[in-house]
Ligand binder design. Structure first.
Ligand code: XUL
Ligand code: CO
Length: 443
């Protein structure tokens, strides 16, 4: 049975196409520096937003019209798998990602929940035998159920810690079974509401203990994939422990976990933390910790995680700039942790949304690649820091000087001459590259 009957396979038709169900810029086979767009962008569909969510928000009921709405329980879960593989194929995406509870309903006991998982994982495995789509990552949802009211691995209740361990144990087995490329930890409730009732040190020590146990178990079952921490500053907690990349990195360093973990960086989480998306990507990149990306965007007028499809060309360009500078995403990908707006309730909107996001990232890739090829920013940055390539600057970076020598040097300086940072000139150049790449004037 077809769930999306009105939509055929989405093909690349080029920028002049007027077909709403065609890619205008994303051409999976087009090569950029020897690699195809498909290999460089590694797009992934988020199961939870696309198949499980119903368009409800804290103020209103679900609006999404989906061909599986009349079903429930395991029948619903099975229909979603069928629909998912139809959509993956029609969009020609190479990856998908899910939480345990997205794919199968929770039972009344942990044992029953695991049995439900087994049924659906078995079905997904069958589909994966004949489909090219792979699992970018899976994760355990340890935030929706009431039991996580005080957190999961950072709960004040040791029974919840144990239950959470059982959930991640199962999810790691699923990752192994389905050949996942990564495993993600998003600590939605690993934080606090008020310090008045919180033993912050014990909670953070316990989180580290939990991660070490996960590393040990993965080793035991032969699951050799990067573990990814997904930082977010808040929501649903007031303060989430892995606030941003810098905070997460300090945590991983303190608890000797850097060998096993990298970061899954989400654009909307970056902006909630008061950073740009590219800041978080850069912080991870320069520390060798960029693992994967949750591709979406927020809204500057809204102070929460709106998870919109990433259509902002400027931001996507700067994001792709960091990703290319990183030498790509390795085993990571661009996972659309993004949902159609509540008013976009038709099933076909799922296609429009992904097409818009994929095209927008393809543009970002092309522009970023040109900026790098022409050394537009690199050339400027190199020149800007050239004082560190000779004389006193070289002594500083080579660790060959000290305060006494630097004072002697400063005392004989008659004048300090700075150079303009040229912010506006560079912003203008990025715009020029964007427009010229889009119009085909710069190829
Ligand atoms: C929540 C969020 C999650 C993670 C996976 O803000 O981003 O969906 O990506 O748990
Ligand atoms: Co996310």
């Amino acid at each position: 049975m077809a769930y999306f009957e009105t939509v055929n396979t989405i093909k690349y038709e080029g920028a002049s196409s007027q077909n709403p169900f065609a890619f205008k810029y994303y051409n999976p086979e087009e090569k950029i520096n020897g690699k195809t767009m498909e290999e460089l962008l590694r797009f992934s569909v988020a199961y939870w937003h696309t198949f499980t969510a119903d368009g409800s928000d804290p103020f209103g009921a679900g609006t999404a019209i989906r061909p599986w709405n009349h079903l429930s329980g395991l029948d619903l879960a099975k229909a979603r798998v069928e629909a998912a593989f139809e959509l993956f194929e029609k969009l020609n995406v190479p990856f998908f990602a899910f939480h345990d509870v997205d794919i199968a309903p929770e039972g009344s006991t942990l044992k029953e929940t695991n049995e439900n998982q087994d049924v659906i994982v078995g079905m997904i495995k069958e589909y994966m035998k004949t489909s090219k789509v792979k699992l970018l990552w899976n994760t355990a949802n340890m935030f929706t159920n009431q039991r996580y009211v005080h957190g999961a691995a950072t709960s004040s209740n040791a029974d919840v810690f144990a239950y959470s361990a059982a959930k991640v144990k199962k999810a790691l087995e699923v990752a192994k079974d389905l050949g996942a490329e990564n495993y993600v930890f998003w600590g939605g409730r690993e934080g606090y509401e008020t310090l008045l009732n919180t033993d912050m040190k014990l909670e953070q020590d316990n989180l580290a203990r939990f991660f070490h146990m996960a590393v040990d178990y993965a080793k035991e079952i032969g699951l050799n994939v990067p573990f990814l921490i997904e930082p977010k500053p808040k929501e649903p907690t007031k303060h989430q422990y892995d606030f941003d990349v810098a905070t997460g990195l300090a945590f991983l360093q303190k608890y000797d976990l850097t060998d096993h973990f990298k970061f899954n960086i989400e654009a909307n989480h970056a902006t909630l933390a008061g950073h740009t998306f590219e800041h978080e990507l850069r912080t991870a990149r320069i520390n060798g910790m960029l693992g994967s990306v949750d591709a979406n965007q927020g809204d500057t007028l809204l102070g929460w995680d709106t998870d919109e499809f990433p259509t902002d060309l400027y931001t996507n360009t700067l994001a792709m700039y960091e990703i290319l500078k990183n030498g790509g995403l390795g085993k990571g990908g661009l996972n659309f942790d993004a949902k159609v707006r509540r008013g976009s309730f038709d099933a076909e909107d799922l296609f429009h949304a992904h097409i818009a996001g994929m095209d927008a990232f393809a543009i970002g890739l092309k522009v970023a690649n040109k900026l790098i090829e022409d050394k537009v920013l690199d050339g400027f940055v190199e020149e800007r820091y050239s004082s560190y390539t000779s004389g006193i600057g070289l002594d500083i970076v080579e660790g060959k000087t000290n305060f006494r020598e630097l004072e002697a040097y400063a005392l004989q300086l008659n004048e300090i001459k700075n150079q303009s940072g040229r912010t506006e000139r560079l912003k203008g150049l990025v715009n020029q590259y964007l427009l010229e790449t889009l119009s085909g004037a710069r190829v």
